[in-house]
Design a protein around this ligand. Structure first.
Ligand code: SAH
Ligand code: SF4
Ligand code: F3S
Length: 462
């Protein structure tokens, strides 16, 4: 899982006298986004409303990430800056959560004495300590993102649903297992019930989440797997699309590929981090597979789902990575031609195995490798997106951005189009007129059924 975002989509409500307000700042992966959404849902249920600015909030939550040093520094900088807010307004309650907190509470409270509460990932019950109103809230029923755009009553179109917490792998560079613990799957019935409630709220697309999402179920009675869960969630009326993140190559079974192929709501998009294209580096990363194994899995996925889109994660500048080993990664990306690649420069994380090895690839060299991959990938994305030109794609519209409607194809490619009408939450058809490496532009068309019952598409001009 790789995406750092947030306050962007945090909606705002007008202040009402006597009503308490909260603000949540989030960095890190989609699991963090999901947990921030849950904290927001809980606080709303306890009568709080959201505030756009931290200065206007009674409760400020900072949700942190430590996957790379840069993320950790950003979060620490943000927490540090809140000392001034606390000075001006001693009544504000400040909470810090996320992966920075696990096992570090003592150290952190000495470093940031202005913080009222440190709570680990998913420890929502502890919010009661700063929001006593939460005592009356049913924590199980409040697991819904409950976000509304400013000034409208439109619910969110897409939602994240955690299905498995933690990670049982111990990749040598990765801090996640130390901060998120061992794998714990949620019971299938709980997940399905949550998805049903989301659908009733108007959510159209769900993304099932886990650090190793396809390890789902091995710890549950009867050992259901991700394919079984996809089939169960597929039954929920109102849900139009299902995605899942992040898969580990080791568990990407033929059964799972068949489920993606056979379940119409499951999008033909696979995010399968490879990390390196060199066997020696993979061995030292403790990834548990070889490049040949990975290539075989990709070949199988493409054979069974010909129109699949693929994305991956890469780390450059791992300790000891030679130019030749880097070239193997470059070659792999040239061969596979992913639709999206998240590339990160190696960052030693305290407590991990590789942090004991010399971080011997110089920063400038890491940057060069990073840029080489970005450049290659830009070219590949540009070429791959060309196939959409003139084509009609199905888009789930999730909102507006700079005056245009925005949505994604089933393959997860961003699409923008213009229309004076309201399309949020709708599945529409768009004919692609312009192509870039990062998104597509097109014009809205509406389906018409011809005499033979075959769908044709006509451009809508209003
Ligand atoms: N569970 C997922 C990814 C979890 S972390 C997997 O197995 O791939 C998200 C991404 O951060 C990883 O894919 C990796 O590319 C990157 N990452 C993790 N630790 C890192 C480190 N120490 N330095 C640089 N990038 C790192
Ligand atoms: Fe980290 Fe590896 Fe687990 Fe992914 S599979 S979260 S990279 S330890
Ligand atoms: Fe996610 Fe960052 Fe933790 S990527 S699991 S929030 S270290």
């Amino acid at each position: 899982m790789t995406r750092s975002v947030f306050p962007t989509s945090l909606p705002v409500e007008r202040p009402v006298d006597g009503v308490k307000r909260f603000h949540i700042w989030t960095i890190g992966c989609q699991m963090n986004e999901a947990e921030s959404a849950k904290a927001a849902a809980l606080l709303r249920q306890a009568g709080y409303v959201s505030a756009l600015r931290e200065e206007d909030a009674d409760i400020v939550i900072v949700n942190t990430c430590v996957v790379r040093q840069q993320a950790e520094e950003k979060a620490a900088g943000h927490i540090g800056a809140l000392a001034r807010l606390k000075q001006r307004n001693p009544n504000v309650r400040i909470a810090v959560t996320g992966c920075m907190v696990t096992g570090q509470e003592e150290k952190l409270s000495a470093r940031f004495p202005h913080v009222d509460l440190f709570y680990g990932p998913s420890e929502f019950e502890r919010l009661v300590e700063i929001a006593p109103e939460l005592r009356d809230v049913d924590f199980d029923l409040a697991e819904l993102p409950h976000y509304y755009d400013e000034g409208t009553s439109d619910p969110e179109v897409t939602a994240f649903v955690p299905i498995i917490y933690g990670c049982n792998f111990v990749c040598s560079y990765c801090i996640v297992p130390y901060r998120r613990g061992r794998e714990r799957s949620r019971p299938m019935a709980d997940i399905v019930a949550e998805v049903e409630r989301l659908a009733a709220r108007g959510v159209r697309e769900i993304t099932l989440l886990g650090q190793t999402v396809n390890a789902y179920g091995h710890d549950l009675p009867g050992q259901p797997d991700l394919a079984d869960l996809l089939a169960a969630v597929h039954e929920v009326d109102g849900i139009e699309r299902i995605r899942f993140l992040t898969s580990h190559p080791k568990y990407f079974s033929d059964k799972l590929i068949a489920a993606i192929r056979d379940l119409p709501k499951v999008c033909e998009h696979v995010n399968l981090p490879v990390q390196s294209g060199d066997n020696e580096v993979l061995r030292r990363m403790r990834r548990n597979y070889t490049v040949e194994y990975y290539r075989e899995r990709i070949a199988k996925i493409r054979e069974m789902i010909p129109d699949v889109t693929l994305s991956t994660d890469i780390i450059v500048g791992f300790p000891g990575e030679t130019e030749e080993q880097f070239q193997h990664t470059y070659q792999l990306l040239e061969d596979i031609r992913f639709d999206k690649v998240h590339v990160a420069m190696y960052s030693p994380r305290p407590g991990t195995l590789s942090a004991r090895w010399e971080d011997d690839v110089p920063r400038a060299e890491k940057r060069r490798r990073h840029q080489a991959i970005e450049k290659l990938q830009e070219q590949i994305c540009r070429e791959r997106n060309e196939r959409y030109r003139g084509q009609v794609v199905e888009v789930l519209v999730d909102g507006m951005a700079r005056g245009r409607w925005r949505g994604r194809t089933r393959g997860n490619t961003l699409v923008f189009f213009e229309s004076p009408d309201s399309w949020k939450g709708k599945l529409v058809h768009v004919r692609i007129t312009q192509v870039s490496p990062w998104y597509l532009l097109g014009e809205l068309i509406e389906p018409q059924t011809s005499h033979g019952g075959v769908q044709q598409y006509v451009a809508v001009s209003r």
